[in-house]
Design a protein around this ligand. Structure first.
Ligand code: FAD
Length: 292
């Protein structure tokens, strides 16, 4: 195994779209499944907690950093194509996946135009947008358990529902994901990607560092969480360098020098205010690491 696979004290801020976070006690960015297994075995042998980072677009990492072994998927980005079936390693960005599908005139991923992050994170979170979700296209995934044993899990196992997959209840590392697409018209596919990307842009989603929506929507209420937060009068609310976006109240933004502690305080404040003023208990979508 290469000697520099496991590193120490690596700054994690650079790997998150929030641009916030402390250091990892141990860090590795495996390049293949053997390096994934080695990283997991290293953590197991040392009794360390494993924290997996994909595109870092749904993460808030504590300013004090992470005790344990961070495994970052950024160097896992190979892909295979067999007709309309794409098998991609988990670190491939959704943007690269979209480009790959378009280059083969494959349709099915248009809903994810402009979605930040990696395919691993999207498969884990069942990321969704514009009337589509990853559950629509994921066929199976190769996962590696904490002992370094790989297996293939199918869609039934993944048990997808709104912003949920069974992987969220397990300590599996997603190594690769198999997606089933269908042949389409490349000019139409491209047009939808662009439309969705431009819609996000026009809503200011890329204006400031953020992690997208912090809270899930509760479809039983019938009003989006963003709207509920807005109605509670919290748009523009500031704690330190963290702010409730003026454009979309479910987005918390890093105004430049936000600490994770600022974001956390703002999240708790929003939760308390919304419960008191609107009687709604918000459920977090953001994955929070390193806080009690
Ligand atoms: C501007 C902006 C817009 C966004 N819009 C949307 C949207 O429209 N819809 C939506 O659903 N989300 C949205 N998000 C949130 C985010 O992009 C998605 O949740 C994305 O799918 C997360 O992927 P990631 O690779 O960044 O995961 P990360 O943030 O790195 O991780 C998220 C979770 O997945 C786990 N994970 C990641 N990779 C693996 C792996 N290989 N194996 C096991 N576990 C893994 C992590 O441990 C963590 O618990 C947005 C974010 C931003 C910044």
């Amino acid at each position: 195994m290469r000697r520099d696979l496991i590193q120490k004290n690596i700054d994690l801020k650079q790997f998150t779209t929030f641009k916030i976070g402390g250091k990892a006690e141990y860090y590795s960015a495996p390049k293949d499944i053997e390096e994934v297994k080695y990283s997991l075995n290293f953590a197991k042998d040392k009794g360390l907690e494993v924290i997996i980072i994909g595109g870092g677009s749904n993460l808030l990492i504590s300013d004090d950093g992470v005790e344990g072994a961070v495994i970052h998927t950024a160097a896992l980005n190979k892909s295979k194509i067999d007709g309309a079936i794409l098998t991609v390693e988990s670190g491939l960005t959704v943007k690269s996946l979209n480009d790959l599908a378009l280059s083969r005139s494959l349709s099915g991923l248009e809903f994810s135009g402009g979605l930040p992050g990696s395919i691993g994170g999207a498969c884990y979170m069942n990321a969704r947008s514009y009337n589509g979700e990853f559950a629509d296209v994921v066929k199976e995934a190769t996962v590696v358990d904490e002992f370094g044993t790989a297996s293939v899990v199918d869609k039934t196992f993944l048990n997808y529902s709104y912003k949920y997959s069974a992987l969220m209840d397990l300590n599996y590392f997603i190594y690769d994901v198999k997606l089933e697409l269908k042949k389409g018209d490349p000019s139409v596919i491209k047009e939808i990607y662009l439309k969705n990307f431009n819609d996000r842009k026009s809503k200011g989603q890329f204006d400031y560092p953020s992690a997208g929506c912090v809270f899930k929507n509760n479809y039983q209420i019938g009003v989006s969480s963003g709207k509920i937060i807005e109605e509670a009068g919290l748009k523009g609310r500031v704690v330190g360098g963290a702010k409730v976006s003026e454009k979309h109240a479910n987005f918390l933004i890093n105004n430049g020098d936000a600490k994770a502690a600022d974001v956390m305080k703002l999240i708790k404040f929003i939760e308390d205010e919304v419960l008191e003023k609107k009687g709604v208990k918000l459920e977090r979508e953001l994955r929070i690491i390193g806080f009690e």
